[in-house]
Design a protein around this ligand. Structure first.
Ligand SMILES: [Fe+2]
Length: 190
């Protein structure tokens, strides 16, 4: 079932699909999180593929591995606290996967705020792809953020943080889709 989920993701990088899945299992990442990661990887690859066909320089293998591993420390952070993006990034750095670690580090918040003239990066593509996937379902930004406000908007500060993120991700969406012939709603699963 799991390999069925990811079989359409291209393989050819220093961390192939099988190694990513082995790392996820070794870290005891729950299956529902792995499935979410597999969908994010597929959405990211679809975007990367489209962008590359329009001449953008995006490494599809890095996007795939970053998507597959982005929530590697999610459960660990839920149980023990901490920033799951940073914990996951440091763990991958300890294995020597520095490039993918950076994608994981920036999958919730990008290091630099996005502007309408920002250039695209693998970090941006995975960050955006994650915002389009609620559990294993591809949804609109509106739907995803409604859920985020419901789940995490427990106080004024949290709400403001999510609002800021929402603003940033809408800019990402414009940046990505201004370079492609497809629209946000054309990204479906599978
Ligand atoms: Fe995620």
């Amino acid at each position: 079932m799991l390999f069925h989920d990811i079989k359409f993701i291209p393989v050819n990088s220093m961390i192939d699909n099988r190694t990513c899945i082995q790392i996820l299992h070794r870290q005891k990442v729950p299956i529902h999180i792995i499935r979410h990661c597999a969908v994010v990887a597929r959405v990211g690859c679809k975007l990367a593929d489209n962008l590359r066909s329009k001449g953008e320089v995006i490494d599809i293998d890095i996007v795939r591995a970053g998507g597959l591993l982005h929530d590697i420390a999610k459960m660990q952070a839920i149980e023990n606290g901490g920033d799951h993006a940073e914990i996951g990034a440091r763990f991958l750095e300890s294995l020597g996967y520095y490039r993918v670690a950076e994608i994981v580090r920036q999958h919730v918040f990008l290091k630099e705020p996005v502007k309408p003239a920002s250039s695209l990066s693998e970090e941006l593509v995975v960050n955006y792809a994650d915002k389009r996937v609620m559990h294993t379902k591809v949804v609109s930004l509106d739907e995803r953020f409604q859920d985020l406000f419901k789940r995490y908007g427990e106080n004024r500060l949290a709400i403001e943080k999510i609002e800021e993120l929402y603003k940033q991700v809408r800019i990402m969406e414009q940046l990505i889709f201004s370079r492609m012939a497809i629209k946000p709603e054309d990204i479906q699963y599978p």
